[in-house]
Design a binder for this molecule. Structure first.
Ligand code: ADP
Ligand code: MG
Length: 244
């Protein structure tokens, strides 16, 4: 069995005549954290959305844990349950309390019974430090707490990989640290993660590899100390000089 959890080869994506991804290759090995950085509009979100097939690739191949998602015969819904996704906005179901946010997909998609789903929900809520909020409604939580619930909800599906799309960029600055702390802990526990982020300190400390994207290409990739610490490409240097 391969230790590559996500393998993206020659991925292209166009919206009409606009080519947004121009041939992307990414490998994420089991237990690795790969951070994707790059300017707004460079295609980072589109890349993540292709990985869980919220967008249909125009060309290329995406394999997640041995299943080729780009195979026209693949059971997309089954494959998607193994990919956890946390977005920039807080995508909790606003009409459901925290417990039900964490159990609804477990029950409907994974067919877990209520007791088992609740036990798994409680365990994952504890992981993100929010056990006491189990009965709260999303509107009663801070943005950072909502984002941690969203992480716990994704974890409750036992994903092979977690995708994060700028999970802290909509948060008030004082709430960012808690969410990054949970992500750091997941990384330490060996979760495989593909993280789009503007948090350069997090990328430096947590990422096994960093990809710098610009204009639909991966311009530069390598260990964080190289890509962020000693970038080789002018475009990477220019981006970093604006964000650091
Ligand atoms: P990033 O996340 O790096 O800011 P995105 O992947 O969101 O970049 O967007 C890359 C480009 O693709 C942008 O020019 C954006 O306007 C365009 N784009 C993204 N989604 C769509 C869509 N559904 N339809 C048309 N254009 C889109
Ligand atoms: Mg984006």
């Amino acid at each position: 069995m391969s230790d590559v959890v996500v393998e993206i080869t020659g991925l292209k994506k166009s919206f009409g005549s606009l080519e947004v991804l121009k041939g992307i290759d990414v490998r994420v090995e089991r237990g690795d954290v790969v951070c994707v950085i790059g300017p707004s509009g460079s295609g980072k979100s589109t890349l993540l959305r292709c990985v869980n097939l919220l967008e249909e690739p125009t060309a290329g191949r995406i394999v997640v844990d041995g299943t080729e998602l780009t195979d026209p015969d693949v059971d997309i819904d089954a494959a998607r349950t193994r990919i956890g996704m946390v977005f920039q906005g807080f995508n909790l179901f606003s009409h459901l309390n925290v417990l039900n946010n964490l159990t609804v997909a477990q029950r409907k998609v994974l067919k877990r019974d209520a007791a088992q789903a609740e036990e798994i929900a409680r365990r994952n809520l504890a992981r993100v430090g929010l056990s006491e909020k189990i009965d709260a409604m999303p509107a009663q939580l801070s943005g950072g707490q909502q984002q941690r619930v969203a992480i716990a909800r994704a974890l409750s599906m036992d994903p092979d990989v977690m995708l994060f799309d700028e999970p802290t960029s909509a948060l008030d600055p004082e709430l960012v640290g808690d969410v990054l702390g949970v992500m750091r802990q997941l990384a330490d526990e060996g979760m495989t993660m593909l993280v789009v982020t503007h948090e350069m300190q997090f990328a430096r400390e947590v990422a096994d590899r960093v990809l710098f994207m610009d204009g639909g290409h991966v311009v530069e990739e390598g260990p964080a100390e190289q890509v962020i610490g000693a970038p080789r490409h002018e475009r990477t240097r220019s981006f970093l000089s604006r964000v650091l």
